[in-house]
Design a protein around this ligand. Structure first.
Ligand SMILES: [Zn+2]
Length: 395
């Protein structure tokens, strides 16, 4: 089964112009960026004037500040202000109470105020789903639950009355672990066996977007082929598998892929990518999960990423570039543990030779299936890395 994108993308940000600002640029947009960084205390405050500084410069200090911001937020750290970083700067300016918060199914509200609201609710024992700064249905449900409990009208909208109650009830006890415990509990409740589980496999790119291209390899095609190999193995163990795109479908945005995964009620999501670089040197495999220094973290995602990464490293000779927390849209907007594998660099001759080899792809597919199984095994049954064989999983 594959996913055809809706006419109206669920996320308005996809239509933003793809203007990029970087070191050396100047002008009013740079002034605005500097202003946002200053308000976040990442850049020294400039003299407040009512006239915008028309030739503000994107200087070394601004470059450092943007990189620090990207690091904090789990974004790709490149010093470039593109749509993703600009969107994150926009979200960072909201403080809880600045605006009325409510749920919109088509254009969910996002921002630091939403994350702050989620943290408060979780500390008070309400289940908001993952703390991710996105006002989705689970957060609306938690707000209604909270309102009901404190005797407010349970409309799911956070206005002055709700903010006042939240302030009054804010406990000094930190209960942030509650969320992590719930995620682990869900995995435990799903049981140790694979049959009946639902897995979404997301081959990156596709349509008119080939992804990284080098050494006669195209990322979109490599990950499509790998997805089919993982799909076949999972299906053989009794897992229901959905792919976010077909081999020759159109372009699908990251938020559309996440919305599709949520619609299937999948247990886990595995996004497949291949990396690339300006030069030939960088090589190796890395796995990413949802998280950042601010605005949330998925403990189950981190554990799953660790299993995928360790199984791939144990079974191949790819360099171990470890696991990392990121806030990329697919990781952020999915409601279940999600990982993104960047399987080697097409731009590196050795990695490219591996990626072009069907046997190598089979080994990686097996590693991924074993990692899915290990996520559900209770610790006393969990085998050492590299030990579990596919033949032991087939019912
Ligand atoms: Zn990619």
């Amino acid at each position: 089964m594959s996913f055809s994108p809706a006419d109206d993308p669920a996320d308005g940000r996809t239509s933003e112009p793809t203007v990029r600002y970087r070191l050396g640029d100047a002008g009013p947009a740079v002034a605005e960026i500097r202003g946002k960084l200053a308000r976040l205390d990442l850049l020294e405050s400039e003299v407040e004037t009512s006239v915008p500084d028309l030739d503000a410069h994107f200087d070394q200090a601004c470059d450092r500040a943007i990189r620090e911001f990207q690091q904090q937020r789990g974004l790709t750290v490149d010093g470039v202000v593109g749509p993703e970083t600009y969107g994150a700067l926009e979200e960072a300016r909201w403080r809880l109470g600045d605006r009325i918060l409510s749920h919109s199914a088509t254009h969910p509200m996002v921002g630091d105020d939403v994350a702050a609201l989620q943290r408060r609710l979780v500390e008070l024992g309400f289940d908001t789903g993952r703390i991710d700064g996105v006002f989705g249905e689970p957060t609306a449900r938690a707000v209604r639950d909270f309102q009901h409990n404190v005797g407010l009208r349970a409309d799911g909208t956070c206005g002055p009355g709700t903010f006042k109650s939240l302030d009054r009830l804010a406990r000094t006890v930190v209960g942030g672990r509650a969320r992590d415990l719930r995620e682990s509990e869900q995995i435990h409740a799903a049981g140790p066996t694979l049959p009946g589980k639902i897995v979404v496999i997301d081959p990156g790119h596709g349509g008119d977007d080939p992804g990284k291209v080098a050494h006669d390899l195209t990322e979109a095609a490599v990950v499509s082929d790998l997805a089919a190999r993982v799909e076949g193995r999972l299906a053989a163990t009794g897992v229901t598998v959905y792919l976010t795109r077909g081999v020759d479908g159109g372009r699908v945005t990251e938020t559309e892929r996440a919305a599709f995964a949520n619609s299937t009620n999948a247990d886990v999501v595995i996004s497949l990518h291949v990396d690339g670089s300006e030069d030939r040197q960088p090589h190796g495999v890395a796995t990413y999960y949802f998280g950042a220094l601010v605005n949330g973290h998925s403990a189950a995602g981190e554990r799953f990423a660790g299993l995928v990464q360790r199984e791939i490293v144990a079974r191949t000779d790819l360099r171990d570039c470890r696991t990392h927390a990121k806030t990329w849209d697919l990781l952020r907007y999915t409601r279940m543990p999600a990982v993104r594998v960047e399987l080697g660099y097409v731009t590196n001759p050795d990695d490219a030779a591996r990626l072009g080899d069907p046997d190598f792809r089979d080994v990686v597919a097996e590693a991924i299936v074993v990692a899915v199984q290990r996520l559900y095994l209770p610790s006393e049954l969990d085998p050492p890395t590299g030990a579990l064989r596919l033949s032991q999983l087939t019912p």
